[in-house]
Design a protein around this ligand. Structure first.
Ligand SMILES: NC(=O)c1ccc[n+]([C@@H]2O[C@H](COP(=O)([O-])OP(=O)(O)OC[C@H]3O[C@@H](n4cnc5c(N)ncnc54)[C@H](O)[C@@H]3O)[C@@H](O)[C@H]2O)c1
Length: 247
């Protein structure tokens, strides 16, 4: 249980972030559920912020600290995908991917650092991806941001250890969320094949285990990392990729 601890979860309106926010609320955390498009029916206290902006990150951390008087856990989860070959990849989409999935986690850590240190059991958890460890074509922005995020987490782990802060990157394979469901539809149209065939032949092709990870399974791992054993995983990628990176 959380002993009244407070958490900030980004991208909390949908998919993995929503599952994490719900799980942490269930574990007794007070949760600031940050999203550019908050869902009032979702778990936690809703806070609207565009995390591609410096102001959005500063205001989100300030709100959590003001509202709860403490901040013990930051889960940097918000993200999106853009699929295009490098010569067609719009530079502004690259900038937005890096802003949301690399610069925002840095700014959240930067602004929350004192509070995480005061916690005595501070936790910075980044929802990275197996794409922080391996590449696929046509995802230059996403894969570069996720590889960078793993580097950031390593630095936070080294700097955080003397202050009781653990930093960990969770690296799932494909997770059953709107981000992937949308790709199913797009790829089915692009390849002229059924959604089911896209799932089996395209999406799940790199998974040794032929199923997607469930958002609740990522939330379960995050819950474990918020606990006392979380510090054992500091600096490490926690890979839950159905065997993808074993190849
Ligand atoms: N779904 C997968 O297969 C998968 C696999 C590995 C890693 N991930 C990572 O998990 C994280 C969550 O992905 P998901 O699948 O739950 O996606 P999702 O699309 O279901 O949810 C993402 C959330 O982020 C929010 N968001 C987008 N831009 C934002 C912004 N500028 N500011 C604040 N919030 C913003 C969206 O509104 C949305 O609620 C991402 O970082 C993603 O890279 C997903």
């Amino acid at each position: 249980m959380s002993d009244g601890r407070a958490a900030l979860v980004t991208g909390a309106a949908s998919g993995i972030g929503r599952a994490i926010a719900g799980r942490l609320v269930g574990d007794g955390f007070r949760v600031l559920a940050v999203d550019v498009d908050p869902d009032p029916t979702g778990p936690g206290d809703h806070w609207e912020a565009d995390l591609t902006t410096p102001e959005g990150n500063l205001a989100s951390v300030a709100e959590a600290r003001d509202r709860y008087g403490r901040l013990d856990v930051v889960v940097a989860n918000a993200g999106f995908q853009h699929v295009a070959p490098v010569q067609d990849f719009p530079p502004e989409r690259w900038q937005a991917l890096i802003a949301l999935m690399l610069t925002s986690p840095f700014l959240l850590a930067h602004h929350a650092w004192d509070a995480l240190s005061d916690s005595g059991q501070g936790r910075f958890i980044a929802i990275a991806s197996v794409h922080g460890l391996v590449a696929s074509p046509f995802k230059a922005g996403y894969i570069s941001a996720k590889h960078g995020l793993l580097g950031l987490v390593k630095v936070l782990a080294l700097e955080g250890a003397p202050h009781g802060i653990a930093a960990t990157a969770v690296c799932p394979g494909y997770v059953r969320t709107p981000l992937v469901e949308d790709q199913l539809d797009d790829q089915a149209r692009a390849h002229g094949i059924s959604r089911e065939r896209v799932l089996e032949e395209v999406i799940l092709e790199p998974h040794a285990v032929k199923r997607m990870v469930e958002p609740s399974e990522v939330a379960e791992m995050v819950a474990l990392l918020t606990g006392p054993m979380g510090d054992a995983f500091t600096g490490a990628p926690v890979v839950m990729d159905m065997g993808w990176s074993a190849r």
